[in-house]
Ligand binder design. Structure first.
Ligand SMILES: NC(=O)c1ccc[n+]([C@@H]2O[C@H](COP(=O)([O-])OP(=O)(O)OC[C@H]3O[C@@H](n4cnc5c(N)ncnc54)[C@H](O)[C@@H]3O)[C@@H](O)[C@H]2O)c1
Length: 490
């Protein structure tokens, strides 16, 4: 991370001294950065002149005392509180009073690092994402003692380096590592509950949810040691709040040494010759004849457009009770967090099928659904046939509350809402952080605005009622906005 940050700063025009306590590691890092710069020139992404200037501004040093003239010291050493405190304490007696400190810690309290300093006001978090030269987001983390002027200087500096900085407070996980927890947590629960296998859930999250990577392949890539440790650290730091409860399924992988891609096995098997599993997709069913589309919701409008394109005739009526389609006597709803079975019983419609959320129903290539226990197989097949006629691949999940995308998005929005409610960051910062730090297709709060906060509120209410767990409690901010009929972003 240190080398990546040094590269960014040097390309932006600063002289950068690199220091590492492993002998010759800094010199090695300088050579590596120069090689990276040369590659960027080859790819036409950086001019030869800028690369040459940046290369000439990189200086490897062996001692902290050689950093005496620095105006900013970015620390990216081992993730250990005492080590970070020791480096900054020593630096205080080396650098000038106006030198500021930016720690790249991912999980340690900036307040706690600062507590060892004579002048803690000069320290803030400067949290880059990996790889630093590529990822746009930088979290500027203010500890209790951080001078707002220092946070603002780091914010302006990161912006001048071509990054998108966001302000946040020194709370567990800052923004990204906190708000992202449900992406893994809900997926792990869906797997535990037998909603579907990992490959199918990944496909649904990518092809319906629009996420770049499914949660299971992503955890395998991050490494279960790292991902589980971050979850535990956030869970512990929030005094075991069930929102962040770690998963036994992931702990099993860890215990087995299946750490993901790096060890050749995680949820998936990466060893040579291993089978590549495919997502479970429903076999073709007949194109139904009696189709009605209800209302003007995103889902209903997209289905109507897709049917028209496929030259399939249908009636279009106003919606009642949230129904979006009817095929024969099967009625289709977008999940509202109840199981299809509960909804069937409460509506008195046996042949109830619920479909999952899609980022964009018009562009999705796959959709998940579940049918009620009361629903006949032929009614479920008619709905599957309808969606297939619309050009969608269909993944049939077990009848779990909130299905996959809807449940995950509602929980991401809930966590982001709590971060905003608790003054950790603004709504705009939460959305920028999740789009740019972990490549989400939409900020969770903008997504909630699009869905309508009442929908998110309803889904969370039903999840809470189904599980009876504090995990699904609704952020007071969502409750307040629902009652005031206001969105997160005006
Ligand atoms: N790897 C990531 O994806 C990532 C992302 C964001 C932030 N971070 C944070 O960045 C920091 C570094 O992470 P990394 O993955 O680059 O680790 P790393 O182990 O790859 O690099 C750490 C470097 O610091 C050196 N070092 C250790 N103690 C030192 C000391 N006392 N003085 C000088 N040098 C010392 C090590 O020799 C090593 O070269 C951590 O705080 C980590 O949490 C990592």
């Amino acid at each position: 991370m240190g080398a990546g940050i040094a590269q960014v700063a040097a390309v932006a025009g600063h002289t950068v001294k690199l220091m590492d306590n492993r002998p010759l590691a800094a010199a090695g890092a300088v050579s590596n950065i120069r090689a990276q710069l040369a590659k960027l020139v080859d790819k036409g992404k950086l001019s030869m002149e800028r690369a040459a200037h940046a290369s000439s501004r990189l200086v490897a040093v062996e001692l902290l005392s050689e950093l005496a003239d620095a105006s900013l010291v970015v620390e990216a050493i081992v993730e250990n509180l005492q080590a970070k405190q020791a480096v900054y304490s020593e630096l205080e007696s080396i650098v000038g009073d106006d030198c500021i400190f930016g720690t790249n810690t991912s999980s340690i309290s900036v307040t706690a690092i600062g507590a060892a300093l004579k002048r803690p006001q000069r320290l803030a978090g400067l949290h880059f994402f990996n790889p630093a030269p590529v990822m746009a987001l930088v979290e500027i983390v203010s500890g209790l003692a951080t001078d707002p002027a220092v946070a603002n200087t780091l914010f302006a500096t990161a912006a001048a380096w071509g990054k998108t900085p966001v302000h946040t407070k020194s709370t567990p996980g800052f923004i990204v590592n906190r708000v992202a927890r449900p992406y893994y947590g809900e997926a792990l629960r869906l797997l535990t509950e037998g909603a579907a296998d990992c490959t199918t859930l990944d496909a649904v999250m990518r092809e319906a949810g629009g996420f770049r990577m499914g949660p299971f392949e992503l955890m395998d890539m991050i490494g279960h040691d790292v991902n589980y440790a971050v979850t535990c650290s956030v869970w512990n730091a929030f005094y075991n709040d069930p929102r962040f409860l770690p998963s036994l399924v992931q702990k099993e992988l860890l215990d087995a040494g299946y750490l993901g891609k790096k060890t050749g096995r995680g949820f998936f098997d990466y060893r040579e010759g291993a089978d590549k599993p495919t997502a479970r997709t429903e076999a073709p069913h007949v194109v139904p004849s009696a189709v009605t589309i209800y209302g003007q919701s995103d889902a209903a409008r997209a289905l109507a457009e897709r049917l028209t394109k496929a030259s399939i005739r249908f009636a279009h009526l106003d919606s009642t009770h949230g129904r979006i389609a009817m095929v024969g006597d099967a009625v289709v709803f977008v999940t509202d967090g109840r199981t299809a079975t509960q909804r069937a019983a409460e509506n008195g419609i046996d042949n109830t099928v619920v479909i999952d959320l899609a980022l964009d129903y018009a562009k999705a290539t796959r959709l998940a659904l579940a049918s009620a226990a009361q629903c006949t197989e032929s009614a479920a097949h008619a709905v599957i046939g309808l969606l297939q006629a619309c050009g969608l691949q269909v993944s049939r999940l077990a009848d779990v509350p909130g299905l996959a995308v809807m449940r995950t998005v509602a929980m991401l929005a809930n966590e982001a809402a709590d971060a905003v409610y608790q003054g950790v960051c603004s709504a705009a910062a939460a959305d920028d952080a999740m789009r740019l730090g972990v490549n989400y297709p939409k900020g969770p709060l903008a997504w909630a605005d699009h869905l309508g906060l009442e929908t998110v509120h309803t889904v969370l209410t039903h999840l809470g009622a189904s599980y009876g767990e504090d995990r699904y409690r609704i952020s007071p901010l969502i409750q307040r906005l629902v009652f005031s009929e206001k969105p997160f972003h005006d």
